[in-house]
Design a protein around this ligand. Structure first.
Ligand code: ZN
Length: 95
């Protein structure tokens, strides 16, 4: 018996999930911090639906990705203009 030689298999990487669960009802107001990232045209390899205007963000079009810090599964892709308009709308509501 050589127990030291047996357990050398590396653990699978954490967070390697293919399918993220889709929440039944996204919160109407995240109420928390959001990380906004810029997606360069060469990084935009899929089409997305912008939640601001419900229009298509074309493949290869630079845009923004907004990730709630407490709910990274709820990240959304926005047209830049739509996100700026949304920010102004929220700021206005906040006072
Ligand atoms: Zn839009």
């Amino acid at each position: 018996m050589h127990p030291m030689a047996a357990d050398l298999t590396p653990a699978p990487p954490a967070g390697a999930t293919d399918a993220a669960p889709i929440p039944a009802a996204p919160p109407s107001d995240t109420g928390g911090a959001e990380a906004v990232g810029l997606v360069q045209p060469y990084q935009a390899r899929k089409r997305y639906v912008c939640p601001g205007c419900h229009g298509i963000i074309a493949r290869g079009e630079g845009h923004l990705v907004v990730v709630p810090e407490h709910a990274p599964d709820l990240r959304r892709h926005w047209h830049r203009a739509c996100w700026h308009r949304e920010r102004r709308r929220r700021d206005g509501r906040a006072g």
